[in-house]
Design a protein around this ligand. Structure first.
Ligand code: UDP
Length: 323
């Protein structure tokens, strides 16, 4: 299948592109390299540099790729940043995404797969979280992704564009070749592993007074390769709707730090800091719907496997990608 992947030079996109190519798909990556890296694009894929805001370039790239399916990763994705600069999130994630949706309809794309997020729910009434829980985001990042989900529903009803929205919990870990390198790193696992690598003196715990057993936030970490596999399954004809992707296990920030210590065998100093605005206390997925309907089965569900893959990648690439 011809697949057009926005954000294919980014963390999740790069791993998914590799899996797509391995499975025999012809992939065009559309990425402005603001967050992504040229060397994170599998050389068997075609890279077109461009912004979602550039409607004309986007349309030409999509047309030229003869895409049957679009996988849309390109977005801003930092909860904390969205709390200080909401306009950046709505402009790119909603406005830019809308350009892509229109271009997809115009060029006759049949299938649209969207990187959504558990941040669309806000603090849940219960965990594990199923897809039917109310969506009440508490940060602009989650709100922008929810708006795009609503647009997808209307485009499906009005234009017949089949879509799958995958609500990721916390993507983590690395593949053999591609891993996590953000120019400004805010995510927990890479920041903790920086201490293990000797690149930072300490890591920080954002909030120790949450209503959780050890007072720190609980998240459901999912291996990046398992996450990528779900996109391949979602490409199958007839797949449609919203799916949570996580392992169903929640780990606190302190537990993640302990796991990083065990895996690396290094001592990690953690400083206790105030809460980061916009963080719900506990997010844990029920991915039963994805397992039942998509046939998804995580191969690396254990936190130590996830952290272990990240540790191997960061050891092999201590400075991340060269560009
Ligand atoms: N966190 C932390 N220290 C860090 C980075 C993150 O304590 O250096 C916490 C953050 O407040 C959240 C959890 O770890 O509760 C996961 O944060 P991350 O940014 O990795 O992912 P998010 O849940 O925001 O998508």
């Amino acid at each position: 299948m011809n697949v057009f992947v926005t954000g294919g030079a980014g963390y999740i996109g790069s791993v998914c592109v590799e899996e797509l190519v391995e499975a025999g798909h012809r992939v065009t990556v559309y990425d402005n390299l603001s967050e992504g890296h040229r060397s994170a694009v599998d050389p068997r894929a075609t890279l077109v540099e461009g912004c979602l805001s550039d409607r004309r370039r986007l349309g030409e790239a999509l047309e030229g790729s003869r895409a049957e399916a679009v996988i849309h990763f390109a977005a801003h994705a930092l909860v904390g940043e969205s709390m200080t600069n909401p306009g950046k999130y709505f402009r790119n994630n909603v406005g830019g995404g809308l350009n892509l949706l229109d271009a997809a309809v115009e060029t006759g794309v049949r299938k649209f797969i969207f990187s959504s997020t558990c941040a669309t729910y806000g603090p849940p009434e219960r965990v594990p979280m199923t897809e039917d829980l109310p969506q009440r985001p508490i940060n602009p990042y989650g709100a922008s992704k929810l708006m795009f989900e609503r647009m997808l529903e209307w485009y499906q009803r009005i234009h017949g564009l089949e879509f799958v929205a995958l609500r990721y919990f916390n993507a983590a870990g690395a593949g053999e070749r591609f891993g996590e390198h953000h120019r400004l790193e805010t995510h927990l696992i890479p920041n903790v592993l920086k201490v293990a690598l000797g690149q930072a003196p300490h890591c920080e715990i954002y909030g120790t007074d949450y209503p959780t057993p050890d007072g720190t936030c609980i998240r459901d970490y999912i291996h990046i390769v398992d996450l990528a596999q779900a996109h391949l399954l979602a490409l199958a004809p007839g797949r449609q709707g919203f799916y949570n992707l996580g392992n169903g296990d929640g780990y606190s920030v302190r537990e993640v730090i302990q796991s990083c210590q065990r895996v690396s065998g290094r001592n990690i100093v953690a400083l206790e800091k105030p809460r980061r605005p916009g963080d719900p206390p506990r997010l844990v997925a029920s991915a039963e719907k994805a397992m039942r309907e998509l046939g998804w089965k995580p191969r690396y569900p254990k936190l130590e496997q996830i952290v272990g893959s990240a540790w191997r990648w960061h050891q092999a690439h201590p400075n991340g990608y060269p560009d």
